[in-house]
Design a protein around this ligand. Structure first.
Ligand code: IPD
Ligand code: CA
Ligand code: CA
Ligand code: CA
Length: 271
């Protein structure tokens, strides 16, 4: 078992406190206030409460760091550290609102755009994933590694579908076809942060999605990297906070998946 650093303790404490509210609300969904941000994009009182709790805890422990949060936006750092917390207080809101027990809290720390620590917590399964740059990635305190699979036919690939009416949909459906033809299968479980954590833990072998935001993936990216995996855009370009797509894998299958994802695009151009 690894000892957790002071930084990870701060992140874990914030996640733990917010998770208590989420678990309470998950047990009383009929009383929860819900509104829509887009055609299939929901936000509930549980998301907002969790975000507030996490912000308060992190600001108390590290005053001066900035924030990028899904529900309340950005706040620049005030201490010149160039550091900011990147937070998704409830990743998998749709699952949560349907009583599906698969959602997470995602907290990352960036320094001048570089992710230096990340934590993803699934309060229902009590799965805590964390990583620090240069130190490694851990699942419930034990070091984790990406899978060693290299034959696509043995691999399970996570993904997420673009929301209703989203322009990436036709392309995505072609990609699903190409990936299902060559792999052991696709999973669409509804929490991108957990999809990435599952690659780091060797459960999934790869994952791709279009249209995610930095708060969905920042913690997951460092989990995958520190567990020995590789993260890029779908076309192989380096990932950055504005990237339109993400492809993460155990490294062994990265270029094979990239080739499959490129295929549907060229197919679409054919008469
Ligand atoms: C969503 C989840 C889902 C992904 C969506 C995200 P939210 O985040 O990560 O897996 O497919 O694109 O928006 O809205 O539940 O935090
Ligand atoms: Ca959302
Ligand atoms: Ca999210
Ligand atoms: Ca969210």
């Amino acid at each position: 078992m690894a000892t957790r650093s002071a930084l990870i303790n701060v992140m874990e404490k914030a996640a733990d406190k917010a998770s208590r509210g989420l678990k309470r609300d998950f047990g009383e969904l009929e009383n929860l206030q819900v509104s829509r941000k887009g055609p299939a994009d929901f936000v509930s009182a549980a998301d907002l409460k969790a975000e507030k709790t996490i912000k308060e805890e992190l600001a108390k422990a590290r005053p001066g760091y900035g924030f990028l949060m899904e529900e309340s936006g950005t706040q620049p750092d005030s201490d010149g550290s160039g550091r900011r917390w990147v937070v998704d207080p409830l990743d998998g809101t749709t699952n949560f609102l349907h009583g599906l027990p698969h959602f997470s809290i995602s907290i990352a720390l960036e320094e001048r755009g570089e992710i230096i620590a990340g934590l993803v917590y699934d309060p229902i399964k009590n799965d805590l994933f964390h990583a620090e740059r240069g130190i490694g990635a851990f699942h419930n305190g034990r070091r984790m590694r990406v899978s060693a699979r290299s034959r696509l036919g043995d691999c399970v690939i996570g993904t997420g579908a673009p929301f209703l009416g989203h322009g990436d949909r036709p392309r995505f459906l072609g990609e699903v076809d190409a990936i299902t033809e060559k792999t052991a299968g696709i999973r669409r479980w509804g929490s991108a942060a957990l999809d990435l954590a599952y690659i780091a833990a060797g459960r999934f072998d790869g994952f791709w999605e279009w249209g995610l935001s930095r708060w969905d993936v920042a913690a997951g990216i460092i989990l995958v990297r520190e567990a020995g995996g590789y993260v890029s855009e779908v076309n192989g370009k380096p990932i950055n906070p504005e990237s339109p797509s993400i492809l993460a894998s155990n490294n062994n299958i990265h270029s094979d998946i990239m080739k499959l994802l490129r295929k549907p695009l060229s197919n679409q151009k054919a008469p």
